[in-house]
Design a binder for this molecule. Structure first.
Ligand SMILES: Cc1ncc(COP(=O)(O)O)c(/C=C/C(=O)C(=O)O)c1O
Length: 328
Protein backbone atom coordinates (compact mmCIF):
# COMPACT_ATOMS: atom_id res chain seq x y z
CA UNK A 1 0.00 0.00 0.00
CA UNK A 2 3.03 2.27 -0.28
CA UNK A 3 4.54 2.03 3.19
CA UNK A 4 8.09 3.17 3.77
CA UNK A 5 10.43 5.44 1.81
CA UNK A 6 9.39 8.35 3.99
CA UNK A 7 11.11 11.76 3.87
CA UNK A 8 14.24 12.49 5.90
CA UNK A 9 14.21 16.28 6.14
CA UNK A 10 17.00 18.54 7.38
CA UNK A 11 16.08 20.88 10.22
CA UNK A 12 16.19 24.55 9.20
CA UNK A 13 15.73 26.28 12.56
CA UNK A 14 15.67 23.98 15.60
CA UNK A 15 18.90 22.24 14.69
CA UNK A 16 21.05 25.35 14.34
CA UNK A 17 19.48 26.77 17.52
CA UNK A 18 20.48 23.57 19.34
CA UNK A 19 24.02 23.78 17.97
CA UNK A 20 23.34 20.82 15.72
CA UNK A 21 23.84 21.74 12.07
CA UNK A 22 23.08 18.19 10.93
CA UNK A 23 19.69 17.52 12.55
CA UNK A 24 17.20 15.51 10.50
CA UNK A 25 13.58 14.46 11.03
CA UNK A 26 12.25 11.13 9.72
CA UNK A 27 8.62 11.78 8.79
CA UNK A 28 6.93 8.46 9.55
CA UNK A 29 3.56 10.18 9.52
CA UNK A 30 3.87 9.98 5.72
CA UNK A 31 3.08 6.27 5.77
CA UNK A 32 -0.35 5.17 4.40
CA UNK A 33 -2.17 5.23 7.77
CA UNK A 34 -0.08 8.08 9.19
CA UNK A 35 2.38 6.25 11.45
CA UNK A 36 5.45 3.97 11.35
CA UNK A 37 3.23 0.97 12.19
CA UNK A 38 2.57 0.34 8.49
CA UNK A 39 6.17 -0.76 7.90
CA UNK A 40 5.70 -3.78 10.11
CA UNK A 41 2.00 -4.33 9.55
CA UNK A 42 2.44 -5.04 5.84
CA UNK A 43 4.82 -7.91 6.69
CA UNK A 44 2.72 -9.28 9.55
CA UNK A 45 -0.41 -9.17 7.35
CA UNK A 46 1.33 -10.96 4.47
CA UNK A 47 2.44 -13.69 6.84
CA UNK A 48 -1.10 -13.96 8.25
CA UNK A 49 -2.36 -14.53 4.69
CA UNK A 50 0.36 -17.16 4.11
CA UNK A 51 -0.74 -18.95 7.27
CA UNK A 52 -4.36 -18.80 6.07
CA UNK A 53 -5.29 -17.01 9.23
CA UNK A 54 -8.99 -16.11 9.58
CA UNK A 55 -8.07 -12.70 10.82
CA UNK A 56 -5.76 -10.51 12.88
CA UNK A 57 -5.98 -9.11 16.38
CA UNK A 58 -4.11 -6.47 18.34
CA UNK A 59 -4.20 -4.35 21.44
CA UNK A 60 -3.44 -0.74 20.70
CA UNK A 61 -3.12 2.80 21.97
CA UNK A 62 -4.45 3.63 18.50
CA UNK A 63 -1.93 3.54 15.66
CA UNK A 64 -1.44 -0.23 15.61
CA UNK A 65 -5.20 -0.68 15.45
CA UNK A 66 -5.52 1.85 12.63
CA UNK A 67 -2.78 0.12 10.66
CA UNK A 68 -4.06 -3.41 11.35
CA UNK A 69 -7.56 -2.37 10.29
CA UNK A 70 -6.33 -0.82 7.04
CA UNK A 71 -4.08 -3.68 5.97
CA UNK A 72 -6.70 -6.26 6.98
CA UNK A 73 -9.24 -4.44 4.82
CA UNK A 74 -6.79 -4.45 1.91
CA UNK A 75 -6.22 -8.19 2.41
CA UNK A 76 -9.88 -8.98 3.02
CA UNK A 77 -9.09 -10.32 6.49
CA UNK A 78 -11.10 -9.67 9.65
CA UNK A 79 -9.47 -7.39 12.24
CA UNK A 80 -10.29 -7.31 15.94
CA UNK A 81 -8.74 -4.42 17.81
CA UNK A 82 -8.74 -4.01 21.60
CA UNK A 83 -8.29 -0.40 22.65
CA UNK A 84 -8.40 1.15 26.12
CA UNK A 85 -11.86 2.69 26.49
CA UNK A 86 -11.76 6.48 26.35
CA UNK A 87 -7.99 6.64 25.90
CA UNK A 88 -7.55 6.61 22.13
CA UNK A 89 -7.04 9.75 20.04
CA UNK A 90 -10.00 10.61 17.81
CA UNK A 91 -8.20 10.27 14.49
CA UNK A 92 -7.03 6.75 15.27
CA UNK A 93 -10.47 5.62 16.39
CA UNK A 94 -11.95 7.13 13.24
CA UNK A 95 -9.50 5.15 11.14
CA UNK A 96 -10.22 1.82 12.83
CA UNK A 97 -13.94 2.44 12.35
CA UNK A 98 -13.62 3.57 8.74
CA UNK A 99 -11.47 0.60 7.76
CA UNK A 100 -14.08 -1.72 9.26
CA UNK A 101 -12.28 -3.22 12.25
CA UNK A 102 -14.25 -4.94 14.99
CA UNK A 103 -13.51 -2.61 17.87
CA UNK A 104 -13.46 -3.93 21.44
CA UNK A 105 -13.32 -1.09 23.98
CA UNK A 106 -11.50 -2.56 26.96
CA UNK A 107 -12.35 -1.28 30.42
CA UNK A 108 -8.63 -1.16 31.26
CA UNK A 109 -5.33 0.20 29.94
CA UNK A 110 -3.17 -0.88 27.00
CA UNK A 111 -1.15 -3.35 29.06
CA UNK A 112 -4.32 -5.16 30.18
CA UNK A 113 -5.54 -5.27 26.59
CA UNK A 114 -2.22 -6.65 25.34
CA UNK A 115 -2.24 -9.43 27.93
CA UNK A 116 -5.74 -10.38 26.78
CA UNK A 117 -4.92 -10.57 23.06
CA UNK A 118 -1.70 -12.52 23.71
CA UNK A 119 -3.71 -15.08 25.68
CA UNK A 120 -6.63 -15.24 23.23
CA UNK A 121 -4.49 -15.72 20.10
CA UNK A 122 -2.65 -18.65 21.68
CA UNK A 123 -5.72 -20.84 21.27
CA UNK A 124 -7.51 -19.26 18.31
CA UNK A 125 -6.55 -19.17 14.57
CA UNK A 126 -6.25 -15.41 14.65
CA UNK A 127 -2.84 -13.79 14.13
CA UNK A 128 -1.53 -11.42 16.81
CA UNK A 129 -0.09 -8.38 15.03
CA UNK A 130 1.34 -6.41 17.96
CA UNK A 131 5.09 -5.83 17.85
CA UNK A 132 5.69 -9.03 19.85
CA UNK A 133 5.09 -10.49 16.36
CA UNK A 134 8.61 -10.49 14.96
CA UNK A 135 7.35 -9.87 11.43
CA UNK A 136 6.42 -6.37 12.65
CA UNK A 137 9.99 -5.75 13.80
CA UNK A 138 11.37 -7.08 10.52
CA UNK A 139 9.27 -4.57 8.63
CA UNK A 140 10.00 -1.65 10.93
CA UNK A 141 13.79 -2.08 10.74
CA UNK A 142 13.64 -0.86 7.13
CA UNK A 143 13.53 2.72 8.41
CA UNK A 144 17.11 2.27 9.67
CA UNK A 145 18.12 1.12 6.19
CA UNK A 146 16.48 4.17 4.59
CA UNK A 147 18.18 6.62 6.95
CA UNK A 148 21.54 4.93 6.36
CA UNK A 149 21.07 4.98 2.57
CA UNK A 150 20.29 8.73 2.55
CA UNK A 151 23.06 9.72 4.99
CA UNK A 152 25.45 7.12 3.53
CA UNK A 153 26.11 5.90 7.07
CA UNK A 154 24.25 5.69 10.37
CA UNK A 155 23.71 8.96 12.24
CA UNK A 156 25.70 9.58 15.42
CA UNK A 157 22.50 9.80 17.47
CA UNK A 158 18.98 8.47 16.89
CA UNK A 159 16.25 9.98 19.09
CA UNK A 160 13.02 7.99 19.29
CA UNK A 161 9.90 7.78 21.48
CA UNK A 162 9.50 4.55 23.47
CA UNK A 163 6.16 2.96 24.35
CA UNK A 164 5.87 -0.82 23.86
CA UNK A 165 9.52 -0.60 22.69
CA UNK A 166 9.12 -2.44 19.39
CA UNK A 167 10.33 0.50 17.34
CA UNK A 168 13.61 1.15 19.18
CA UNK A 169 14.20 -2.60 18.94
CA UNK A 170 13.57 -2.56 15.19
CA UNK A 171 15.82 0.45 14.49
CA UNK A 172 18.68 -1.08 16.44
CA UNK A 173 18.27 -4.39 14.60
CA UNK A 174 18.38 -2.54 11.28
CA UNK A 175 21.48 -0.50 12.11
CA UNK A 176 23.32 -3.57 13.42
CA UNK A 177 22.46 -5.54 10.28
CA UNK A 178 23.66 -2.71 8.00
CA UNK A 179 26.86 -2.43 10.03
CA UNK A 180 27.47 -6.20 9.85
CA UNK A 181 26.95 -6.05 6.08
CA UNK A 182 29.56 -3.31 5.82
CA UNK A 183 26.96 -0.81 4.60
CA UNK A 184 27.57 1.45 7.60
CA UNK A 185 30.86 2.44 9.22
CA UNK A 186 29.35 3.43 12.57
CA UNK A 187 26.48 2.49 14.86
CA UNK A 188 24.24 5.24 16.29
CA UNK A 189 23.69 5.92 19.95
CA UNK A 190 20.05 4.94 20.55
CA UNK A 191 18.33 7.70 22.55
CA UNK A 192 14.91 6.51 23.66
CA UNK A 193 12.40 8.69 25.50
CA UNK A 194 9.38 7.76 27.57
CA UNK A 195 6.85 10.13 29.08
CA UNK A 196 7.59 10.83 32.76
CA UNK A 197 4.22 9.41 33.84
CA UNK A 198 4.70 6.28 31.72
CA UNK A 199 8.39 5.46 32.10
CA UNK A 200 8.74 1.86 33.30
CA UNK A 201 12.15 1.31 31.67
CA UNK A 202 13.50 4.53 33.20
CA UNK A 203 12.11 3.58 36.63
CA UNK A 204 13.17 -0.03 36.36
CA UNK A 205 9.70 -1.33 37.19
CA UNK A 206 6.27 -1.55 35.54
CA UNK A 207 4.00 1.47 35.94
CA UNK A 208 0.55 0.11 36.85
CA UNK A 209 -1.36 3.25 35.91
CA UNK A 210 0.64 5.07 33.21
CA UNK A 211 -0.37 8.69 32.69
CA UNK A 212 0.63 11.08 29.89
CA UNK A 213 -0.97 13.39 27.35
CA UNK A 214 1.04 11.45 24.75
CA UNK A 215 -1.59 8.72 24.59
CA UNK A 216 0.32 6.61 22.05
CA UNK A 217 3.06 5.88 24.62
CA UNK A 218 0.76 5.57 27.66
CA UNK A 219 2.22 2.11 28.30
CA UNK A 220 3.35 0.76 31.67
CA UNK A 221 4.87 -2.63 30.86
CA UNK A 222 6.54 -2.68 27.40
CA UNK A 223 6.49 -6.03 25.63
CA UNK A 224 9.97 -5.41 24.17
CA UNK A 225 11.44 -4.04 27.40
CA UNK A 226 14.57 -6.19 27.36
CA UNK A 227 15.25 -5.54 23.68
CA UNK A 228 15.03 -1.81 24.32
CA UNK A 229 17.53 -2.06 27.17
CA UNK A 230 19.80 -4.09 24.88
CA UNK A 231 19.62 -1.38 22.20
CA UNK A 232 20.44 1.25 24.82
CA UNK A 233 23.34 -0.66 26.33
CA UNK A 234 24.91 -2.05 23.14
CA UNK A 235 24.76 1.38 21.47
CA UNK A 236 25.96 3.38 24.49
CA UNK A 237 22.75 5.34 24.36
CA UNK A 238 20.11 6.20 26.93
CA UNK A 239 16.47 5.64 27.75
CA UNK A 240 15.26 8.69 29.61
CA UNK A 241 11.97 10.44 30.39
CA UNK A 242 10.50 13.78 29.36
CA UNK A 243 7.61 15.59 31.01
CA UNK A 244 4.29 16.29 29.35
CA UNK A 245 5.23 19.98 29.35
CA UNK A 246 8.50 19.21 27.56
CA UNK A 247 6.60 17.04 25.06
CA UNK A 248 4.06 19.81 24.42
CA UNK A 249 6.82 22.41 23.97
CA UNK A 250 8.58 20.20 21.41
CA UNK A 251 5.21 19.47 19.76
CA UNK A 252 4.61 23.19 19.30
CA UNK A 253 8.18 23.97 18.18
CA UNK A 254 8.16 21.21 15.57
CA UNK A 255 4.99 22.62 14.01
CA UNK A 256 5.65 26.36 14.37
CA UNK A 257 9.38 26.35 13.57
CA UNK A 258 9.81 23.39 11.21
CA UNK A 259 6.35 22.98 9.66
CA UNK A 260 6.25 19.40 10.94
CA UNK A 261 2.98 18.25 12.53
CA UNK A 262 3.70 15.21 14.65
CA UNK A 263 1.42 13.76 17.29
CA UNK A 264 2.44 14.34 20.93
CA UNK A 265 4.19 10.97 21.36
CA UNK A 266 6.26 11.71 18.28
CA UNK A 267 7.46 14.99 19.81
CA UNK A 268 8.98 13.04 22.72
CA UNK A 269 12.03 12.36 20.51
CA UNK A 270 12.61 16.09 20.00
CA UNK A 271 11.79 16.84 23.64
CA UNK A 272 14.52 14.37 24.57
CA UNK A 273 17.01 16.05 22.27
CA UNK A 274 16.23 19.47 23.75
CA UNK A 275 16.49 18.11 27.30
CA UNK A 276 19.89 16.47 26.74
CA UNK A 277 21.20 19.53 24.90
CA UNK A 278 20.18 21.72 27.84
CA UNK A 279 21.88 19.21 30.15
CA UNK A 280 25.14 19.71 28.28
CA UNK A 281 25.15 17.17 25.43
CA UNK A 282 27.56 18.56 22.81
CA UNK A 283 26.17 17.93 19.31
CA UNK A 284 28.82 19.90 17.42
CA UNK A 285 29.64 18.09 14.20
CA UNK A 286 27.28 15.25 15.05
CA UNK A 287 24.58 13.92 12.74
CA UNK A 288 21.32 13.50 14.63
CA UNK A 289 18.01 11.99 13.52
CA UNK A 290 14.71 12.38 15.40
CA UNK A 291 11.95 9.95 14.48
CA UNK A 292 8.59 11.68 14.07
CA UNK A 293 6.56 8.51 14.47
CA UNK A 294 3.04 9.68 13.62
CA UNK A 295 1.03 12.50 12.08
CA UNK A 296 -0.39 15.25 14.27
CA UNK A 297 -3.72 14.75 12.50
CA UNK A 298 -4.19 11.62 14.59
CA UNK A 299 -4.94 13.72 17.66
CA UNK A 300 -6.90 16.80 16.50
CA UNK A 301 -8.27 17.44 20.00
CA UNK A 302 -4.72 17.93 21.31
CA UNK A 303 -3.88 20.24 18.41
CA UNK A 304 -6.86 22.49 19.05
CA UNK A 305 -6.64 22.45 22.85
CA UNK A 306 -2.89 23.16 22.91
CA UNK A 307 -2.73 25.55 19.96
CA UNK A 308 -1.32 28.98 20.76
CA UNK A 309 -2.46 30.35 17.42
CA UNK A 310 -4.62 33.41 17.86
CA UNK A 311 -7.88 33.25 15.97
CA UNK A 312 -10.24 36.19 15.45
CA UNK A 313 -13.75 36.33 13.99
CA UNK A 314 -14.29 38.93 11.27
CA UNK A 315 -17.21 40.36 9.37
CA UNK A 316 -17.18 39.43 5.65
CA UNK A 317 -15.77 42.73 4.43
CA UNK A 318 -12.38 44.18 3.49
CA UNK A 319 -12.31 46.71 6.32
CA UNK A 320 -12.69 43.98 8.91
CA UNK A 321 -9.87 42.01 7.29
CA UNK A 322 -7.61 45.05 7.20
CA UNK A 323 -8.29 45.79 10.87
CA UNK A 324 -7.64 42.17 11.82
CA UNK A 325 -4.37 42.08 9.90
CA UNK A 326 -3.21 45.33 11.45
CA UNK A 327 -3.99 44.00 14.95
CA UNK A 328 -2.15 40.66 14.58
C1 LIG B 1 2.93 7.73 17.28
C2 LIG B 1 3.66 6.71 18.13
N1 LIG B 1 4.89 7.00 18.54
C3 LIG B 1 5.59 6.12 19.29
C4 LIG B 1 5.05 4.91 19.66
C5 LIG B 1 5.90 3.97 20.50
O1 LIG B 1 6.42 2.95 19.66
P1 LIG B 1 6.78 1.56 20.38
O2 LIG B 1 7.83 1.89 21.40
O3 LIG B 1 7.26 0.68 19.29
O4 LIG B 1 5.50 1.08 20.99
C6 LIG B 1 3.76 4.56 19.26
C7 LIG B 1 3.20 3.26 19.68
C8 LIG B 1 1.88 2.96 19.57
C9 LIG B 1 1.36 1.69 20.00
O5 LIG B 1 2.00 0.97 20.77
C10 LIG B 1 0.03 1.27 19.50
O6 LIG B 1 -0.48 1.88 18.54
O7 LIG B 1 -0.53 0.32 20.09
C11 LIG B 1 3.06 5.48 18.44
O8 LIG B 1 1.81 5.22 17.98
Amino acid sequence: MGEGDTPLVRSRQLGPELGCSDLFFKLEGCNPTGSFKDRGMVVAMAKALEERSVGVMCASTGNTSASAAAYAAYCNLAAWVLIPKGEVALGKLAQAMAYGARILLVDGNFDAALALVREFTKTNPITLVNSVNQHRIEGQKTAAFEISDVLEDAPDYLFIPVGNAGNITAYWRGFVEYHQLGRNEILPKMMGFQAEGAAPIVRGEPVPYPQTIASAIRIGNPASWKFAERARDQSGGVIDAVSDDEILEAYRLLASREGIFGEPASAASVAGLIKLKHNGLDLTGKRVVCIITGSGLKDPDMAVSSAQADTVEVKPNLEAIENAIMET
